[in-house]
Design a protein around this ligand. Sequence first.
Ligand SMILES: O=C(O)CCC(=O)C(=O)O
Length: 332
Amino acid sequence: MEMQQANGESHGSHSRETGDGMAQRERWGAMAFHPTRIPVPRFSGVDKQRFLHELYPLRKPAVLTDLDLGACKTQWSLDYMSRRGGERQVKIHVSELPQMDFIQKNFLYRSLPFNVFVQRAAENKHRDFFISEDIADIATQFPELAADIQIPEFFQKDQFFSSVFRISSPGLQLWTHYDVMDNLLIQVTGKKRVVLYSPRDAPYLYLSGDKSEVLDVDKPDLAKYPLFSQARRYECTLHAGDVLFIPALWFHNTVAEEFGVGVNVFWKHLTPEFYDRTDTYGNKDLTAASRATQILDRALKTLDELPEEYKDFYARKMVLRVQAKAYSANYE
Ligand SMILES: O=C(O)CCC(=O)C(=O)O
């Protein structure tokens, strides 16, 4: 029901712009935005048993504190990272503005030696962001550094997908997106704010693929994205040593409040056949979801053959059928 109302209303008000509609949009644009912030709960010293039996089944984000992450917390200074990481080339996002924008593409992919990158990322005047690799695994790419970090063993070895360094300049903002795998975001040094939205709130996020077009979640353009104010905002601040569990499909965006080093660990919580074998970042939709999307694209093209009145009628009937058949009743 929600999806139909959401899309119907927003398209209606955008396509049939009246004087009233424009005034309304201006009012929305001018309105201050003070969303309710739902704190992500924090749990201290969670062990594997508690994680798997109490927290994991809830499929909700949780900040895990006071875990034993190994020597990384005290060791990973700038000099140590540069020395131990060496001169291997790494791919990075480089942008002049801290708020990276995937619509305007205000960033470039570049390669730098790891030691140069780490030093530059720590400087305010440079804007060199996190490392992005082909399927990344810090254990094989940076064994000297990986030896310092003890990744919480909350999943079986064969579920492991990737581990990625997140080295962020102060102020770096990463857009709201979802991943299809479960994820632990381990904040080793520095401070990061994370805002999350439930998969259930997808209708309010103006999605383009796996990303939300609403780049500024603090001051959204409500004239352009009026439904965004309905998205429930979960929020936490990660301090050195905190670990955030981000369940698959939960939208998240990050702001580095200080220069910081983190490590992401992605793992498959479903059996391997669900996942796309060509996925390198853990964000390609499950194969059955991609097939269903292609079939929908074909259905939409077929509906285009109809006159508008009929297309609208059958489209609404189809939406009702999708809701009745595919929406979960068991989902908050
Ligand atoms: O740490 C970051 O800045 C980004 C983390 C992220 O996107 C993720 O955990 O999937």
